[in-house]
Design a protein around this ligand. Structure first.
Ligand SMILES: Cc1cc2nc3c(=O)[nH]c(=O)nc-3n(C[C@H](O)[C@H](O)[C@H](O)COP(=O)(O)OP(=O)(O)OC[C@H]3O[C@@H](n4cnc5c(N)ncnc54)[C@H](O)[C@@H]3O)c2cc1C
Length: 410
């Protein structure tokens, strides 16, 4: 904490731009800067589980897999994202969507308190009972108000084994699978969170060689309840349309959490566009199926997250996070290993996103690229955006923390 205070005070005296780095997963690279000071928190790895109170304290350099490792030793978890090398700090401060969200909400819905170093180098605690205005803003627009050094979360029972994994069909059946899926998820229990992924099947040992490279649509499940109950719930999906492969089975939660890790190594070329939609209407499905067929890169894989459940039961005004009533979040992710083919794949992502534009209901702030102020505004809506600006004027009037999806004070 002392290092963060010193670093901030030094940067301000020297008039340096400040970047704050947790896990370093910012899509637009906002956690680093040229000719400025990067406050890199990645060495702050402390995690302390308090079993008596069912809470966990985690420092700002912790990655999701590191948190799960400690909490899953006790069959407990904080709902978070789907790639274990993502930073807990940035993910939490934007909201946090992932495999447990329909049962336990967003990551911020289990957040109890934070320790934050303000722009003046002062320690501020924020929780529902202390600096509650700041605590509201931190849950969705977090990077704007200071450097969070430590988080405290409520813990929830999960696994350690869950029913989880992908069920796979050929991509040419995408529209049919998505129509079935849309109808089926209307009354699945909150324990079940699913993500639909379209891609070319990767050459993984768990997939038979004849599938490698074949365009597929897959519904990936995670049931955060008794495995036997999950099997009953998922049965209709497994029975639909003779899947090519069914890998949805009893699995350690930490193993399931890591299933996408290999799809996002450092050094590849990534471009993301994201939007929320209310439901998978026939039109949304047809646009999706059509654009999925146009994926060229063997590395491109785009997830469609199913929201609802506990996410939607928290009031829209209770946190700065916006979009609790959205049905699905698209993350149209274009990936290549090198510059070769990247531009074409990026154009694909943009044109897919544009085709969905009539159906956009909002955007998740953590899935924004460098898209301009209007899009940051869109991520919060006018009322929240104005409230966040007032909060910014109170806690960071000089906009010291501007390398983020920025809420300007003035
Ligand atoms: C491969 C991949 C998978 C992802 N999967 C998911 C997912 O499943 N669910 C989901 O919700 N999101 C997901 N995301 C998005 C992710 O939530 C954001 O990119 C998030 O900002 C990453 O946090 P970080 O700490 O790793 O990033 P960083 O790059 O370190 O920081 C991101 C932003 O947060 C600010 N910040 C970081 N730490 C602090 C701190 N301690 N105090 C104040 N500000 C801070 C930074 O200044 C920067 O503006 C994913 C991203 C990637 C690249």
């Amino acid at each position: 904490m002392a290092d963060v205070i010193d670093a901030l005070r030094f940067a301000r005296r020297a008039g340096l731009t400040v970047a704050v780095r947790g896990g370093g997963h910012s899509f637009p690279g906002l956690s680093v800067c040229d000719d400025g000071l990067v406050i890199d928190l990645s060495l702050m790895k402390g995690v302390r589980v308090d079993l008596a109170n069912r809470t966990v304290r985690a420092q700002a350099g912790v990655r999701l897999g590191e948190l799960d490792r400690e909490t899953q030793a006790f069959g407990l978890a904080v709902p978070a994202g789907i790639v274990t090398h993502t930073g807990l700090a940035g993910l939490t401060l934007g909201g946090g969507i992932g495999w447990l969200m329909r049962k336990y909400g967003l990551t911020i819905d289990q957040l109890l308190s934070v320790d934050l170093i303000s722009a003046d180098g002062e320690l501020i605690k924020a929780s529902a009972s202390e600096n509650s205005d700041l605590f509201w803003g931190l849950r969705g627009a977090g990077g704007n108000f200071g450097v969070v050094t430590e988080f405290e979360f409520r813990l929830n029972p999960v696994g350690p084994e869950v029913l989880a994994g992908p069920i796979i069909w050929p991509m040419e059946r995408s529209a049919e699978v998505l129509r079935f899926y849309r109808d089926w998820i209307t009354d699945v229990p909150d324990e079940l969170t699913t993500i639909v992924v379209h891609r070319k099947a990767p050459p993984l040992p768990v997939l038979p060689p004849e599938l490698h490279g074949r365009p597929i649509v897959t519904v990936i499940c995670c049931y955060a309840g008794p495995v036997e109950d999950g099997e009953r719930v998922v049965q209709p999906l497994k029975a639909f349309g003779s899947p090519l492969l069914d890998l949805c089975t009893r699995t350690p939660f930490v193993q399931h959490q890591a299933m996408f890790d290999a799809s996002f190594p450092e050094g590849w070329w990534y471009y993301f566009r994201s939007c929320d939609v209310a439901t998978l209407t026939d039109e949304v499905i047809d646009i999706t199926a059509e654009h999925a067929q146009r994926i060229r890169s063997p590395l491109t894989a785009f997830p469609i997250f199913h929201l609802g459940g506990a996410v939607g039961r928290v009031g829209e005004d209770e946190t700065a996070f916006h979009g609790r009533t959205a049905g699905h979040t698209f993350n149209i992710n274009a990936t290549t290993a090198t510059r070769d083919g990247f531009e074409e794949e990026r154009d694909w992502s943009r044109s897919f996103w544009s085709a969905l534009q009539p159906h956009h209901t909002g955007v998740y702030v953590n899935f924004l690229m460098d898209e301009g102020q209007q899009r940051v505004h869109d991520a919060y809506g006018s009322v929240k955006y104005d409230r966040l600006r007032a909060l910014k004027r109170k806690y960071d009037p000089d906009n010291v923390f501007r390398l983020n999806q920025n809420i300007p004070p003035g």
